[in-house]
Design a protein around this ligand. Structure first.
Ligand SMILES: Nc1ncnc2c1ncn2[C@@H]1O[C@H](COP(=O)(O)OP(=O)(O)O)[C@@H](O)[C@H]1O
Ligand SMILES: [Mg+2]
Length: 242
C-alpha cells in the first residue's frame, strides 16, 4: 500500500488538482471554515483510494465535492466521463446529471429516505433510471438485499422506520446495484456488525476487480486494511473569523 496518491503513468479515473474549499457561514457573522486547501490526488481504475484523517478534517466535504454536491472555491476535479474528460468543479448541471447517471456512484453516510417508496424500489431505482427492465432490476435488488441480510418482510416497506444499520445496508445495496467507473463511499460500514462489514468488504473488492475506481472513507481500520491500495491523509481545516 502506498501512503500518498502520487501520479502514475496510467490516466486516472478521477484527478483532484489544487482543490480548496472554505465554507462561509453568512448567518453566523461570516465565520469562515476551511475544509481543505490546495489538495491533489488521483483515483485509478481497479484501485481503492482511502481518505483518511480525524473527524472534521474535510473528508466528507471532499467526497461531496467529487459528486458535485459542494462547489469548491478553486481547483479542479477532472473525471473521465465516457470518451470525454470533464471538470466537475465547472461542469454544467446537465453534465453533472450525466456524470451521476453513467460515471460516478455515491453511497452517502446516511440514506435519504423517501416517504412511501419501498426498499425494493429505492434499491432498483438506479437500474430503472438506466432504462433497464423492471423485472431484471428487481431481481438484482433482491439479490443484493439478501446478500446484505435485509429480511424479506422489509422489502416492500419504506425504510424510514428501519434501524441505522438497516438503512445503511439499503444505501449500500442502492450504490452497488450497478457498476460505475467511479464509486464514492462515505463510511459505508459505520453502523454495521462484523458479518455485514465483511459483505461490504467483498462488494468493494468485487467492484475493484471489475475495474471500478473506489474512493472511500472508512473509520474502521480492518476495513481500510482490507480494501485500500492508497491512503490519502486529509489535513484538518482551520477556522478563521472573517
Ligand atoms: N455545509 C457545511 N457548511 C458549513 N461547514 C461545513 C459544512 N459541511 C462541512 N462543514 C465543516 O467542514 C469541516 C469538515 O467537515 P467534514 O468534511 O464533514 O469532515 P470529516 O468528514 O472529515 O469528518 C468541519 O469543520 C465541518 O463543520
Ligand atoms: Mg465525514
Amino acid at each position: 500500500m502506498t501512503i500518498s496518491a502520487v501520479p502514475t503513468n496510467t490516466p486516472p479515473a478521477l484527478a483532484v488538482r489544487n482543490l480548496s474549499k472554505t465554507f462561509t457561514l453568512h448567518t453566523q457573522g461570516g465565520v469562515r471554515i476551511e475544509a481543505f486547501n490546495n489538495l491533489n490526488l488521483e483515483a485509478h481504475y481497479g484501485k481503492c483510494l482511502v481518505l483518511h484523517g480525524p473527524s472534521g478534517a474535510g473528508k466528507s466535504t471532499l467526497l461531496r465535492s467529487m459528486y458535485a454536491n459542494y462547489k469548491p472555491c478553486s481547483g479542479s476535479i477532472v473525471v473521465q466521463h465516457g470518451k470525454e474528460v470533464v471538470d466537475i468543479a465547472t461542469a454544467t448541471p446537465r453534465e453533472i446529471l450525466a456524470i451521476r447517471r453513467d460515471t460516478i456512484g455515491y453511497v452517502s453516510q446516511f440514506l435519504r429516505v423517501i416517504p412511501r417508496v419501498s426498499t425494493l424500489d429505492i434499491v432498483a431505482e438506479r437500474c430503472l433510471s438506466m432504462g433497464e427492465d423492471k423485472a431484471l432490476a428487481e431481481e438484482k435488488a433482491v439479490a443484493l438485499l439478501r446478500r446484505l441480510r435485509i429480511p424479506e418482510r422489509l422489502w416492500r416497506i419504506a425504510p424510514a422506520t428501519f434501524s441505522g444499520g438497516e438503512q445503511q445496508r439499503v444505501n449500500i445495496a442502492r450504490g452497488f446495484i450497478r457498476s460505475y467507473p467511479v464509486l464514492l463511499l462515505d463510511e459505508p460500514t459505520a453502523s454495521l456488525d462484523a458479518t455485514n462489514r465483511q459483505t461490504v468488504i467483498e462488494l468493494i473488492q468485487e467492484a475493484k476487480a471489475n475495474g471500478c475506481a473506489v474512493v472511500g472513507i472508512f473509520h474502521d481500520e480492518a476495513v481500510r486494511h482490507a480494501v485500500a491500495d492508497t491512503l490519502f491523509q486529509v489535513q484538518s481545516g482551520t477556522t478563521n473569523a472573517a
